[in-house]
Design a protein around this ligand. Structure first.
Ligand SMILES: *[C@@H]1O[C@H](CO)[C@@H](O)[C@H](O)[C@H]1NC(C)=O
Length: 361
């Protein structure tokens, strides 16, 4: 079947997608519906910090970062910590590329982290990875090669020092740049379904972190060759393998069969930018989530290279709340946990998938 633009129709899409689920949905159903499992895991998580401020891909936009840090009350305008004792900040990687000020965005995160030891978790994204591989296709023309080299050197040192990590786990919540798709989970973990979600999150985070650190140790100067499944882009992006945690498009997590993701695990990722503008359209939801909260994408399109959106996620004692600056410049809160957990109005459909809470477009 060829899909010319004239022949393409929603029905074709439905047939293609439908047949994938028919043939891909053979995994045995679990007794506990996955959505319920995420709600229970979040409600019972003792290991979570009181307040987590989660910020998506920055792509060279220091101003976006500072505005959000200040709005969240965790920093002053010069990136000094003001978040007190209970808050933590998680930034999901892709600090560099596309926008004009990768260096400024990186410097702000460094300063914030230095002023609050143990409270700031900085993740590596695929754009940091490709810089270290010498790929500057997406770099801003305003940055000189000397600036890039300096940033790579710094990034490698910070990975070695543990200031920049590949993943961070807090209770059942696993933060990675782009997430574990089912095929990747099956590859790295013999049976993630047999453990409780906090152990799954912790062991997956340990795996990503040790792989990133040992990969960085093998670099020669500031040139690296990242090898192995976790770093590969995946055949569906023109690379190799099933696709690792730096490269998973959010659509894959959104569409995955609920039973193919470990019950109770909440994957919080960046990587797939929202394309709508929250300041132009009240319908725009820059932060997207599965109805069952098994995956949440915080890549709000913050950068001036995208939509200059202002949106971030807070996890308040296990409750997921999105904060979005909307038309008119007001901040709007949306409680994803209340929507997902307070009612049985949206049970997973018959093949075990959950419809998305909202879409960006
Ligand atoms: C989390 O719970 C503690 C204890 O009940 C409370 O003091 C704190 O304000 C809560 N934090 C948030 C962000 O709701």
């Amino acid at each position: 079947m060829t899909l010319s633009s004239a022949g393409w129709s929603p029905w074709v899409a439905l047939m293609v997608v439908g047949s994938l689920y028919v043939f891909g949905g053979s995994r045995a159903k679990r007794s506990l519906s996955s959505g319920r499992a995420q709600c229970e895991a979040l409600a019972g998580a003792a290991e979570l910090p009181g307040r987590m401020v989660v910020i998506g891909d920055l792509h060279g936009d220091r101003d976006a970062l500072v505005e959000i840090l200040v709005a969240a009350g965790v920093s002053d305008a010069s990136c000094e910590w003001r978040g007190g004792q209970d808050a933590v900040v998680v930034q999901l990687g892709d600090v560099v590329d596309r926008g004009p000020d990768s260096e400024g965005a990186n410097a702000c995160l460094r300063r914030l982290q230095a002023s609050a030891p143990g409270a700031v978790f900085r993740l590596a994204g695929n754009h940091e990875v490709i810089w270290a591989e010498g790929d500057f296709r997406f770099a801003s023309r305003t940055e000189t090669p000397a600036v890039r080299s300096r940033l790579i050197r710094m990034w490698l040192d910070e990975v070695s020092a543990g200031n920049v990590v590949g993943a961070y786990a807090a209770g059942p919540v696993l933060f990675t740049h782009a997430g574990f798709r089912p095929a990747m989970l099956a590859k790295v973990s013999p049976d993630p379904f047999a453990q409780n979600p906090a152990s799954v999150a912790a062991s997956l985070a340990r795996l990503v972190n040790s792989e990133l650190r040992s990969a960085v140790e093998k670099c020669s100067g500031i040139r690296c060759a990242f090898e192995g499944d976790l770093f590969s882009a995946g055949r569906d992006r023109g690379g190799n393998g099933v696709g690792g945690t730096f490269w998973t498009d959010f659509g894959i997590l959104l569409d995955a069969d609920a039973d193919a993701l470990p019950a109770g695990l909440v994957q919080v990722v960046g990587h797939s930018a929202a394309r709508c503008s929250a300041r132009a359209s009240p319908k725009c939801e820059p932060i997207r989530a599965r109805q069952d909260l098994a995956a949440v994408c915080v890549d709000a399109g913050l950068s001036v290279a995208y939509a200059s959106n202002r949106a971030y996620l807070e996890i308040r004692n296990g409750t997921l709340v999105t904060l979005t600056r909307t038309v008119g410049g007001a901040w709007r809160e949306r409680d994803l946990t209340a929507e997902a957990c307070a009612s049985d109005n949206n049970p997973p459909d018959s093949d075990g998938r959950s419809p998305p809470l909202q879409d960006a477009l």
